[in-house]
Every structure is written in C-alpha cells, then in structure tokens.
Design a protein around this ligand. Structure first.
Ligand code: ZN
Length: 184
C-alpha cells in the first residue's frame, strides 16, 4: 500500500476526529506526507481541513470532516489550469459578467465567488480541456441568478464590454452615440 493510501485510510478511520501531523507522519513513513494530504484534498476531494480552513484547529492538526467528497468541479482542475481559465476570461463570470471585485447581487455583504465550470459536465462525458471550461459566479453556477434581471446592471454590461473585441465595443459605441445624438 502506498503512503498516500495509508494516509487516506487513516483519515477515513478517524473521520470527525482531530489528528496530528505526528500521527500522520508515523502512518505515512515518509517525510513528504504533507504533499500527499494536499493531493487527497485537491485531487481526490477529501474534506480534510487544517488550521487554514478552521479557526478551531491548531497548526499541525487536521480533520476529515466527513466521508463525502468535495464536488468534482473543484478537485479535478489543477491550480495552474484554474488560473489560466480565470486569466483568459478576465476574472469575470461568463454568464452575468460579475467580477471577483463586485459584490454579490443576492447577498451584498459578500464579494462574488468565481468557480470553474464544465460547459459539458464531466458526468456527461465532458473533459478538462480548456475549450470545455468557463468561469461562473456562484449564483450562475447554482442557477440561482435570474440572468435577465440580475445581470443587466451597468456594472455587468461594462464588465462584459471590457471582455469584448474592439469591433464589438465600437459597434456599441456607435449605436449609443446614434441613440443619444438623435434624442438630444
Ligand atoms: Zn454570474
């Protein structure tokens, strides 16, 4: 059994109990056990939490919260790929144009959270290819946002425009100019 498998089994046997790096190091028998923990969390989606995630844990303590796994969306995409997609899409939601700096339409006390979304879900044969990935805010991701009403704020429209090509922006500019010149 690999070190990672031993650590995985140890966490599963101790679900809901705080375990220490000392215990894990002993079970793993390797120095690089922290990397294995990261793999179990980021690639396998195990709900392993540390003091970074939870205030009630001290440094060197870990807790497997439950045997459920985190959603495949988050765990199957490497940090590198995630950053690539975020940069490609200008750190804005593909549907409503919300950016990470905006406040959440449905909860103005919070900032928008962006997720990487599979256009064709993995469960339906979608892949992690860049063409199949896009950014959605949590509202659009969960289908909670009423796209037609919530998205059409000037902030969101401007965010979408910033992502558009120069040609599209010129067309919008010309259309608006025509409209307002005629009116005035
Ligand atoms: Zn959105």
């Amino acid at each position: 059994m690999s070190a990672r498998e031993r650590i995985k089994q140890f966490f599963q046997e101790n679900v809901g109990r705080v375990v220490t790096t000392g215990e894990i190091a002993k079970i793993a028998g390797i120095n690089d056990y922290q990397r294995r923990i990261r793999e179990l969390r980021n690639e396998f989606g195990m709900k392993i939490r540390s003091n970074v995630d939870r205030a009630d844990l001290k440094p060197g303590e870990y807790l497997l919260e439950s045997l459920d796994l985190d959603p495949a969306i988050e765990r199957s995409i490497s940090l590198q790929l995630r950053n690539f997609i975020l940069e490609r899409n200008g750190f804005t939601c593909t549907i409503c144009g919300a950016s990470a700096h905006d406040y959440d339409d449905l909860d103005p006390t919070k900032k928008v959270r962006l997720h990487i979304d599979h256009i064709i879900p993995l469960s339906q044969g979608g892949t992690n290819d860049v063409e199949n990935l896009r950014i959605l805010c949590s509202n659009c991701n969960q289908g909670r946002a009423n796209v037609t009403t919530l998205s059409e704020t000037s902030v969101n429209i401007l965010a979408r425009l910033r992502k558009s090509s120069r040609m599209v922006r010129m067309e919008v500019f010309e259309a608006l100019k025509k409209e307002f010149e005629t009116k005035s």
